[in-house]
Every structure is written in structure tokens, then in C-alpha cells.
Design a binder for this molecule. Structure first.
Ligand SMILES: CC(C)(COP(=O)(O)OP(=O)(O)OC[C@H]1O[C@@H](n2cnc3c(N)ncnc32)[C@H](O)[C@@H]1OP(=O)(O)O)[C@@H](O)C(=O)NCCC(=O)NCCS
Length: 448
């Protein structure tokens, strides 16, 4: 029976590439071309093992990297020696830094935005809602709700100075945006202050005008002036500075809706009914003592998480204030649970966040409600039991599909809990840092 179920599961496990969910863009098509090119390169020079992968070798040779080759990042195709783990450029004194903003092309100007003001938050929300990451087929687009956006942009230590905006001077509409927030990062054996950057976006009408290099350079100019010289970020595209590559996995929940919007397809030899039964979840959680995390649990949950995150080569080092900000329960944004033993001891912690996705051009469905596995630490409960209860909770809050990257120990529960592998990629980057590549299961950092 188990074998038959597994076969059926494999058959249905063809989840369409929803690269929006995976932060990829049109360049995925390029990857395929790059593979072909890489094979040719490999034939010419089989012994040259300088690059980490064929696709990178191809990307390295394909592109000129007019901007990225001027930046302190490891070029694609270069393998960093084991044991190297440090900055590419040394920190500069404030007087050595560029004091004035970068010049913009005619017709554009730098501007401010303060997302603690509702009308400005709304303006940014609308800009991202209309222009942010889409999938290859333009079927889906991320929809960070206003509260989610505010939460993601305003973590402890945030400053409006690092919410970089370019406006079209005449119309005053937002033409580009990029943001950063401070975060302490552990990379291999070193811990240092960095920024995490996010929400890089150029208005559809102003693409291919080299506004992206301006946004990145200006963001780092401002960050450098605050004495920080490294940054982490993720992107679907493959660029110089990459330190790790992860894949998304998906646990289908609302099968009928996911089929209807084209997120997934009916497996061979499957009926809708069979597929619904396959992905049905229990109505109630199973782990004894599994309950929502309360404020009083925070120190214990943080201790568990800190211990766990130490075991990775790339992870955040969170203060209690940061942990509380990121993981305390917020309706429709983030949910956290703990397992409390009979003696009151907190032994396990797990969290996930909600991120809506706009379904473009669909008659019936306008939105997908997607949950993303966030931080967790399990000391007593098996990971698959813990995540299974998370799925039950997500289902109760109307989640259509539950996503997780193949980071941390996630691969240990994917098959058992019927997650299917997506075909999207999420690359991790560190700006101004040189270190060997980090395998996905050694990554313990999750960016929103
Ligand atoms: C990604 C996006 C900002 C690029 O804008 P664009 O107008 O196509 O590109 P520009 O002409 O402004 O700049 C091109 C440069 O940006 C780089 N670039 C493109 N996408 C990038 C990314 N996601 N991160 C960093 N650099 C990127 C290019 O490699 C190129 O630099 P190069 O000369 O060194 O190769 C734009 O397509 C967009 O807003 N997409 C939707 C949102 C999105 O996907 N954001 C990225 C999330 S990770």
C-alpha cells in the first residue's frame, strides 16, 4: 500500500514552475541555454574545475556584468578556497566614502519614503503590487500586503534612509525601490553586522534603463556611511556574489484551487478526488502540548533557535528584541507555535509566515494564500510531526499551498509530508564577502 501511494504521489508531483514564489524571472529560460553552452565549455576544457557548476560557467561567459564587475563580489566561475572567509574590500573610514548620492539619468531623482505613514506605505504597496516579482508566464505576482510589507521593512534598527526610492521627476511616480535593514550574520566561523536587502524593484515602464545599478550602489553608499560593509540578499537570478543555491518545495493544500489556477497539474492516472484525498490533512494537531507561542515563551524559544542556528554556515544571530519582532504571533502575517511538555518545559518551536500572491487574469480566483516555513528548532518532537501540525494550522487559516526551501533540515520531512519539488531556484548572496559555497542544508537564514 505504501509503495502504491508513493507511486501515485510521484506521478502527481509535477508542480508547475511558479517562479514568482521562487523569486525567479525570465532568466530561467536563459539557464537552459546556459546549460547547453556549459556542456560545450566542459567538452573544450574538462580539467578546468574553477567554477562551481556548469550553469555558472555559462552565465559567467554569457554576460558582460557591466555593473557587477565593478562591485566587491566574487565573480561567477571562481571557486573560493576552503578556509577563506573575509571581506573583499576592507572597511573604509567615513571620509573615504562618497558623500553625495549617485547621479541619476535625466528625468529621475532620489526621493524619500516613510512607511510608518499609512499613505506612503500605501504608495509603496501599490508600486510593488503592480511591479514586483512575477513568474515566467506572467500568471502570478507577489502581493505583500501593507501590514506584511511594514513588518518586513521595519525590523529593529530600520531607518527610512535605507528605503531608497527613485522617482520619475515629472510624474512623481515611484520608478524604483530597494531596501535594507540591519542584521547580525554568522558566516562560517565569523559573526558580523550586515544588512539584509530586499524589495529590489523597477517600475515596468522604466526597465532596462540601468536604474538597478543606481539603486544598489546608492543603497550600499548609505549603508557604508553607517559603518556597515557587508549585506545578504536572495534572488532567483544567478549573479556574481552568489554563495548558495536553494530550491523551493511545495505542499499542496487546496488542491482544487491550485489545479484551477495552473499552479499544479492533475497527475497521470489521477482523478481530482484521488488527488484531494492524497493531500487531505487531519482536522486537528497531533503533537501533545503543541500550541501558539506566547510572549512568555519567547526567551526559551529563542534559546532553542539560537542553539540550532549555530549549526549552520550561514544564519542570523538574533537578539531577543529581533526574535520577538520576527516571530511573535501577528494575525495573517506570522504564526509561531511551541511544544510545551507536561512539566511546562518548552522543547520545540516552529513558525511560518503568510504571503499572498496575485493570480493574474483568472476569472474566479484573484489571490493565492501561501504560507512559507520560517524559523524552527526541534529538540524533542520529530521534525515531521512538528511541521505536520504546522500544515494543519496553515490549512485552518485558509492556506492554499505551504512552501519551504530545501534549507536547514527540511529535506528530512519533505517526502513524508508530501512536499513536491518545484523547479525554481533561490540564490543566496553576500555583498563584499569571499567564502566557499554553502550547501543548502547548511543555510539557516530565511529572508522575507
Ligand atoms: C530585477 C529588476 C529590478 C531589474 O531591472 P532592469 O530594468 O531589468 O535592469 P537595469 O537595466 O535597471 O539593470 C541591469 C543590471 O541589473 C542587474 N540585475 C538584474 N536583476 C538583478 C537582481 N535581481 N539583483 C541584482 N542585480 C540585478 C543586471 O545583472 C544588470 O547588471 P550587469 O550589467 O552587471 O549585468 C526588474 O526587472 C524588476 O523590478 N523585476 C521585478 C522585481 C524583481 O524581480 N526584483 C528582484 C527580486 S530579487
Amino acid at each position: 500500500m505504501a509503495d502504491r501511494e508513493q507511486t501515485q504521489f510521484d506521478d502527481t508531483n509535477k508542480i508547475k514552475s511558479i517562479s514568482i514564489l521562487l523569486k525567479t524571472d525570465l532568466r530561467k529560460q536563459l539557464y537552459q541555454l546556459q546549460f547547453v553552452l556549459a556542456e560545450q565549455i566542459a567538452e573544450i576544457n574538462v580539467d578546468d574545475a574553477a567554477s562551481d557548476s556548469d550553469e555558472e560557467a555559462a552565465a559567467a561567459s554569457e554576460q558582460e556584468w557591466k555593473f557587477w564587475r565593478t562591485q566587491p563580489v566574487t565573480p561567477l566561475g571562481i571557486k573560493v578556497a576552503k578556509g577563506k572567509n573575509g571581506p573583499i574590500e576592507e572597511n573604509k573610514h567615513i571620509e573615504q566614502l562618497k558623500q553625495e548620492p549617485y547621479e541619476l539619468p535625466d528625468g529621475f531623482s532620489w526621493s524619500e519614503i516613510n512607511v510608518s505613514h499609512d499613505e506612503q506605505l500605501k504608495e509603496l504597496y501599490t508600486f510593488l503590487n503592480e511591479n514586483y516579482v512575477e513568474d515566467n508566464d506572467n500568471m502570478f505576482r507577489f502581493d505583500y500586503s501593507m501590514p506584511l510589507l511594514q513588518w518586513a521593512l521595519c525590523s529593529p534598527g530600520w531607518t527610512p534612509k535605507w528605503h531608497v526610492v527613485i522617482r520619475h521627476t515629472e510624474s512623481r511616480e515611484i520608478a524604483g525601490f530597494y531596501s535594507a535593514a540591519p542584521i547580525k550574520i554568522k558566516v562560517y566561523d565569523k559573526e558580523l553586522p550586515m544588512i539584509e536587502s530586499n524589495f529590489l524593484c523597477v517600475h515596468k515602464n522604466f526597465r532596462l534603463r540601468r536604474l538597478t545599478p543606481k539603486l544598489i550602489a546608492e543603497l550600499y553608499r548609505r549603508v557604508n556611511l553607517s559603518g556597515i560593509f557587508q549585506g545578504v540578499n536572495t534572488a532567483g537570478v544567478l549573479l556574481p556574489g552568489v554563495v548558495g543555491k536553494c530550491l523551493y518545495w511545495h505542499r499542496l493544500i487546496n488542491v482544487e484551487k491550485l489545479l484551477s489556477v495552473g499552479f499544479t497539474q492533475l497527475g497521470r492516472r489521477m482523478t481530482l478526488q484521488m488527488m484531494k484525498e492524497m493531500y487531505q490533512l487531519p482536522k486537528t494537531t497531533r503533537v501533545r502540548g503543541f500550541r501558539e507561542m506566547r510572549e512568555s515563551d519567547i526567551p526559551k524559544a529563542l534559546t532553542l533557535l539560537t542553539q540550532y542556528l549555530k549549526t549552520f554556515d550561514l544564519s542570523p544571530v538574533l537578539t531577543q528584541e529581533e526574535f520577538q519582532y520576527l516571530c511573535q504571533n501577528r494575525p495573517n502575517i506570522v504564526r509561531s507555535f511551541v511544544v510545551e511538555q507536561e512539566n511546562g518545559e518548552i522543547t520545540d518551536f516552529v513558525s511560518y509566515y503568510h504571503l499572498l500572491t496575485t493570480v493574474l487574469n483568472h476569472q474566479q480566483h484573484k489571490t493565492l494564500n501561501i504560507c512559507y516555513l520560517y524559523y524552527y528548532a526541534a529538540s524533542r518532537t520529530s521534525l515531521s510531526d512538528l511541521i505536520n501540525d504546522c500544515l494543519v494550522e496553515a490549512h485552518k487559516s485558509d492556506c492554499d499551498v505551504f512552501n519551504a526551501l530545501d534549507v536547514m533540515d527540511n529535506r528530512k520531512f519533505f517526502r513524508q509530508l508530501k512536499f513536491g519539488e518545484g523547479d525554481g531556484i533561490l540564490n543566496y548572496y553576500i555583498y563584499n564577502w569571499q567564502c566557499p559555497r554553502i550547501n543548502s542544508e547548511k543555510i539557516g537564514l530565511l529572508l522575507l
